[in-house]
Design a protein around this ligand. Structure first.
Ligand code: GAP
Length: 441
């Protein structure tokens, strides 16, 4: 968290006012990293597949959507209040001793006995008002998942794109949940982004597609460069399944605070479409053009958190290392380095004039201007070269381009590899080609 703030990945929301609980802002490097992850997802889901279309539905939806989806009645956590200190807890908070609602229950904050209420259901959706009159009729919700925007549009997308079942719809967008126990940095927040894909299939084929998408999604996650030993599957038991799911598997990562999910693959059956059909009073059946058969598709969902995936990528890349060789003398023996996959790194290269004289800054600026037309690159002429390397190690910048005395003579530069610390001498005219090759993948 300290590195994320120091280097401009993530800041607390409204920090100068003391912060807003579990809401975070992405700084210059964080916004690039998260964007690279979302773009990679979009490319693999939408651009590289013939059977998935993209969508960007609005955050605000008709309030009946959330009645039909089961979120008004079922998207709740059981909570207890302390009548003494007015704190609120999840009923299953392990710190509570005794049974809430009974005289033996003890408040984990003020220690009072018998002051905890019996559990009550608390809805996790944020509410707001639409229009000028703040009355009940105008209450609408901030979407708690992006999926519903896909369901209500599925026939619009299918008919306009002339897709045939099986096909999918992908969407990246914000979701909001008034989480009771948020925390662990950007792991559980009240405002977050999801990357969701709903795959519409013929009833009876959902198990096969479920397995297909499990394999695809795990391969995609591995493609982010995450260490395989830090990844595992977790199948939901009957008491863990969301109200809409018949079967669900999470992809978990071993965070510094333990194994936790960051993506889920869900068999949602026809739960959502059949409920929308009922509540909206509109037929949502698909007409198979080959067989003339009409049916309500089943849905296999892949649902990833963009922020949680960003946290996985950051945690997995973070290393504290001892530096050996020449660089140890220049910039201290210890370094913190983000070993981000180069294609995900916010900055692809940093340009350093070795010293601020003898024509080196001018050449360095020219090289920087040339490179920035191709990649997101950084210019740094402040402090010793060792210090500058260390700052870029913390930013996860894979390549450091140094302009030294030789450069002004023969138009070559050194390119330092963040991970191996090895340096190649490259002709300035070949630099774009050299970096393009290195950054692929
Ligand atoms: N549409 C299905 C759905 O929303 P979910 O398991 O509730 O399923 C899917 O959420 C993903 O969204 C999670 O794996 C996680 O990455 C992300 N997510 C959910 N709640 C979150 C929160 N409060 N903060 C950050 N990410 C969250």
């Amino acid at each position: 968290m300290s590195l994320a703030k120091r280097r401009g990945f993530v800041f607390q929301s409204s920090e100068i006012y003391g912060g807003l609980g579990s809401v975070w802002d992405y700084g210059p490097l964080g916004v690039e990293l998260k964007k690279n992850i979302k773009e990679r997802w979009w490319r693999s889901m939408v651009h590289e597949r013939h059977d998935i279309e993209g969508l960007d539905a609005a955050i605000l939806m008709h309030p009946k959507v959330w009645e039909a989806s089961g979120h008004v009645s079922g998207f709740t956590d059981p909570l207890v209040d302390c009548k003494q200190c007015k704190n609120r807890f999840r009923a299953d908070d392990p710190r509570i001793k005794g049974t809430p609602g009974q005289p033996d229950a003890q408040c984990p904050v003020c220690g009072s006995k018998g002051t905890l209420t019996a559990p009550r259901q608390f809805n996790l959706m944020f509410k707001t008002f639409m229009g000028p009159v703040e009355d009940q009729a105008a209450v609408i919700y901030m979407r708690p998942e992006t999926a519903q925007g896909i369901y209500v549009n599925y026939l619009n997308v299918q008919q306009s794109s002339r897709q045939k079942i099986p096909f999918g719809i992908a969407q990246v967008g914000k979701a909001f949940r008034n989480e009771i126990t948020p925390g662990n940095f950007i792991f559980r927040t009240r405002e977050f982004e999801q990357m969701e894909m709903q795959f519409f299939v013929k009833p009876g084929s959902e198990t096969e597609w479920f397995e297909f998408w499990r394999t695809e999604r795990m391969n995609w996650v591995k493609g982010l460069g995450i260490r395989e030993e830090k990844l595992r599957w977790h199948q939901h038991g009957p008491d863990e399944l969301a109200h809409y799911a018949k079967d669900a598997y999470d992809i978990q990562y071993e965070f510094p605070f333990g194994w936790n999910e960051f993506e889920g693959i869900h068999n949602r059956t026809d739960f959502d479409l059949s409920n929308h059909q009922k509540h909206a009073g509109k037929k949502l059946e698909y007409l198979d053009p080959k067989t003339n058969e009409k049916f309500l598709p089943y849905v296999v969902e892949t649902s990833a958190g963009a922020d949680r995936t960003t946290l996985v990528v950051l945690c997995d890349a973070y290393r504290e290392e001892e530096v050996r060789g020449e660089e140890a003398a220049e910039g201290g023996e210890q370094r913190v380095v983000l070993k981000l996959k180069p294609s995900l790194a916010p900055l692809k290269a940093a340009v350093f004039p070795l010293v601020n004289k003898e024509g080196m800054p001018e050449l360095a600026h020219r090289i920087h201007d040339d490179l920035r037309r191709h990649f997101n690159v950084f210019f740094d002429d402040g402090g010793s070269i060792g210090r500058r390397y260390r700052r870029q190690d913390e930013a996860g910048t894979p390549y450091g381009v140094t302009i030294d005395g030789q450069s002004t003579q023969d138009q070559t530069v050194t390119v330092r590899d963040r991970d191996t610390l090895k340096q190649d001498r490259v002709a300035t005219g070949k630099l774009v080609e050299y970096l393009t090759q290195k950054l692929a993948g």
